[in-house]
Design a protein around this ligand. Structure first.
Ligand code: C2O
Ligand code: CU
Ligand code: CU
Length: 576
């Protein structure tokens, strides 16, 4: 089977006359009442071969949800899979309880009903399962759908937006099949490429400007998109919004989980002409899943990675055949798009470091477990607490030999630098997923606005689903906590002891009486309600008591907010 597939891929590359299949374009749901039915199904990726799948309102993929900024959406997600799952709205800025992370499990036969206002900028988002340990299985078996958000700024532009005609969603995925054509997950031998669940996909494109919304929906593989003949295309949007102006490119690397909107100008091309969307993976340096060598040293091996005709070679992703122009076509690339609003570096209140390290097998290990800040995922450990409305710089040090695509829920961020250099132009827009290079470093800036929740966390993780999903997964979770609200509700009960108080010592001690709970973090707030210090107590050193420094505090009265797993307790103290 493997060699047959590899052979067919080779043939695809060698003969342009290889048979093609018209691409599937998912249907749309444009109302604000959205019903999604998660179901098992059967689908023929290969003619005559039945594959067991999972899909939404159909055997595979899911409908494209078209939303407008400001809409109040009411979504019913019914789980008819016969097993638990979750659905996460990747890239959207929504409350933790609506986010669909691993804590928001939809039981067998249950319906989950998130309701939220769409706050996002016009862009392309996506939804996918996020059950701890089963994400890759549920995504690989087929659950994945697009979310297109529209807004007034986008509507004012002369852009193609006729869905399925000149505005095309493309979910690019690689999968692995066993010899009976069943989908495997958590493996490294993904040798079947498909776009919108269509192998050897073909798309008719009118002879005008066409917008492609590309999702890298693969479990692990990175693509280096480009057009045949090195034809120029224009990047107009990244994960979370449009750019200030179209960016002319001939290559666009895209990490798993990330999206990009591009314009391709077919105006003036002859009807019948063919342009291929390609991945120029031969140009990848080693150290990325998709390159010749996935480790940055060729001696490192990844089980199942070879042979695979996609690794380190250029290949076709989608054949595009030019057809006649439509009525009222867009025939030019706009000169400018929307106002860009990057966050100035000086706005940051806190720098939060993240280090990626192999857990087993030493620094050369490519395949096993990876830790973030020496911790692997534990559903019961809050790794970080972020004060509500904080502007933060997150720094990344990748001490492993493979590139990891980092993703964070809740926010869009702006990349400040990668390996100490400003990011390439195609990474300067709003992002929620980006590559932290093997052996390299990066920084981004973001702001945690609008939502806080003392109990339901957001996730951050590697979007290589095999890494995220592992028993010791490359994922962590953070609470956004409101440090300043209701500081007048000072806790008078004795569930927390605070001593000595008043004090002129160097330290004061907080002690939880309830020893099933832990002190996850605390904030010290002055009488003006300003947070003068905030400290996350490392999640893997769960403590019931903690001595915090007060020597640098000016004399006066303060509040301390103590964050535990289930409550926020405010106490008053006096520094003498
Ligand atoms: Cu696309 Cu936490 O995921
Ligand atoms: Cu996400
Ligand atoms: Cu990873």
């Amino acid at each position: 089977m493997k060699s047959l597939l590899s052979l067919s891929l080779l043939m695809l590359i060698s003969f342009s006359t290889f048979s093609q299949n018209p691409i599937i374009i998912p249907g749309t749901i444009e109302t604000t009442n959205i019903n999604l039915n998660l179901q098992n199904g059967t689908f023929q990726f290969f003619p005559g071969q039945n594959t067991t799948t999972m899909g939404v309102n159909g055997p595979v993929l899911g409908p494209t949800l078209i939303m407008n900024q400001g809409d109040n959406v009411n979504i019913n997600v019914t789980n008819n899979l016969g097993q638990e799952t979750t659905i996460h709205w990747h890239g959207m800025h929504i409350a933790p309880s609506n986010d669909g992370g691993p804590h928001t499990v939809i039981g067998i036969g249950q319906t989950w009903n998130p309701q939220f206002q769409v706050m996002d900028k016009a862009s392309t988002y996506w939804y996918h399962p996020h059950l701890h340990l089963r994400t890759d299985e549920h995504v690989s078996k087929g659950i994945s759908g697009f979310i297109i958000v529209r807004d007034a700024d986008e509507a004012a532009l002369n852009l193609p937006r006729t869905y399925g005609v000149d505005d095309i969603p493309l979910a690019v995925q690689t999968k692995s099949f066993d010899s009976s054509f069943q989908i495997l997950s958590n493996v490294n031998d993904d040798d079947v490429l498909m776009v919108n669940a269509t192998i050897d996909a073909q798309l008719d494109v009118p002879a005008q400007v066409v917008r492609l919304r590309i999702l890298n929906g693969s479990s692990q593989r990175k693509f280096n998109f480009g057009l045949s003949g090195n034809m120029t295309f224009y990047l107009i949007g990244t994960d979370g919004g449009l750019l200030a102006a179209p960016l002319a490119l001939t290559r666009l690397p895209l990490s798993p989980g990330a999206r990009a909107e591009i314009l391709v100008d077919f105006t003036g091309l002859t009807v019948g002409q063919t342009i291929n969307l390609m991945s120029y993976a031969s140009e990848f340096s080693n150290g990325v899943y998709g390159a010749t060598n996935p480790g940055n040293n060729p001696s490192m091996v990844l089980d199942g990675y070879y042979p695979n005709t996609m690794n380190g070679t250029d290949f076709n992703v989608l054949r595009m055949d030019v057809v006649a122009q439509t009525a009222s076509p867009v025939t030019s690339i706009p000169a400018s798009l929307v106002a860009a609003t990057p966050i100035p570096e000086g706005n940051s209140n806190l720098t939060r470091p993240f280090t990626f390290t192999p857990v087993t097998g030493g620094v050369n290990q490519l395949n096993g477990y990876f830790a973030i800040n020496n911790a692997t995922f534990d559903m019961n450990v809050i790794n970080e607490t972020v004060p509500f409305n904080n502007t933060e710089i997150w720094t990344f040090q990748n001490n492993s030999a493979i590139t990891h695509p980092f993703h964070v829920h809740d926010v869009q961020f702006y990349i400040l630098d990668i390996n100490g250099n400003p990011p390439p132009a195609y990474l300067q827009g709003r992002k929620d997923t980006f590559s932290v290079p093997a052996g390299g470093s990066a920084r981004f800036i973001t702001k945690f606005t609008d939502f806080f929740d003392a109990t339901v966390p957001y996730m951050y993780h590697c979007h290589m689903l095999k890494h995220e999903d592992a028993l010791f997964g490359m994922m962590g979770q953070f609470l956004v906590v409101d440090s300043t609200a209701s500081i007048k509700d000072v806790e008078l009960s004795d569930s927390v002891l605070l001593f000595p108080n008043p004090s002129k010592d160097a330290f004061m001690t907080i002690e939880l009486k309830q020893n099933t709970e832990h002190i996850l973090a605390y904030s010290i707030i002055n009488q003006l309600g300003q947070v003068v210090s905030h400290n996350d107590i490392e999640g893997n050193r769960l403590v019931n008591s903690y001595s915090f420094p007060i020597s640098k505090l000016a004399h006066g009265q303060y509040f301390i907010k103590i964050f535990t797993e289930t409550q926020i307790i405010t106490k008053k103290f006096i520094k003498n």
